[in-house]
Design a binder for this molecule. Sequence first.
Ligand SMILES: Cc1ncc(COP(=O)(O)O)c(C=O)c1O
Length: 384
Amino acid sequence: MPFYPNLIKSKLPKAGTTIFTVMSALASEQKAINLSQGFPNFEASEELISLVYQYMKKGFNQYAPMQGILPLRERIAEKTESLYGAQYNPDTEITITSGGTQAIYTAITAMVREGDEVVVLEPAYDSYVPAIELAGGVPVYVALKFPDYTIDWNAVKKVISQRTKMILINTPHNPSGTVWTQKDMQELEKITSHSEITIVSDEVYEHILFDGLRHESVMRYPKLAERSFVVFSFGKTYHTTGWKMGYCLAPEKLMMEFRRVHQFVVFSSNTPIQYALADFMENKNYLELPQFYQEKRDYFLRLLAGSKFKFKPATGSYFQLLDYSAITREKDTDFAVRLTKQFKVASIPISSFYHEPIDNKLLRFCFAKTNETLEMAAERLQKV
Ligand SMILES: Cc1ncc(COP(=O)(O)O)c(C=O)c1O
């Protein structure tokens, strides 16, 4: 190809291959146990898989309606009302998406214009900032307070201005494994009231909270819900991250803008999976998830007792942070690579969740794994 200097001017010049791809590739090259990327290594329900197959065999193989099939939107409306006491109209306020990431991208694209500021709390899931930048927006960063990853509300207040268009929030939180409290929601309510700020609330881990904690959805707070796009992932809830299915809830006027973009990003999402999920949701087995993942967290941490890693048990999500400061002063990115190569366990260094790396000597491990995998990983980590 001849060299035309202006032919390719990257819109995301700083974006390389994501750390998740890098660490997963290294894990597979090194034949290491991969606790880096956030996906289960156990199977989804047989019943759900056979429902998808049945719907495929029955001929549900063409485009679904743009907003998703009605029975699935109805099940979601019922679930949302019973869990959070919030009413969303399946016709106008619920849209099925191809995963949580697409819902986040679509909401940002629908709302953010050139020069708009968007508040991002760091460490943050890696899709937020590129989506803001592609929309011409300007990310404004506020770091969560180390070591507990609580929110510094004064710092948030300080960055809010007339230019603030949106705040992105995420609870249960990836990567820290912490959850927001009622008090946090009330603070957010205070800060945003009488403003024109919209919220994207990433709640993909809504069912993964431990020790009896309640998920503080924005939907429990009507003054927040009225300005929020709330994002969910069937992948996280049903151990099917590879299916890339999710949904977004928002009040009608916001959802209208969301759908204007959604129809040109994907138009619609996988048809047979939507029918299968609509049937499968009736059994409400997502209610068992907190217990299921709490047992995994507890098991993993019991296996790590006596190792040189220090930790505070995660209160939500399926990620556990391990502090390796008693082992080495190496940079977290270097130590994550060494741990993969030498000890054959892959993780994600926390500094990679910041726009300018902050290295607190922490690695993130995904414990959505079989007990056998957790045992093998812990045995290796004990040797470090
Ligand atoms: C915080 C957070 N938001 C969104 C997503 C993406 O969800 P999905 O796989 O449904 O796109 C993830 C997946 O890891 C996540 O951790």
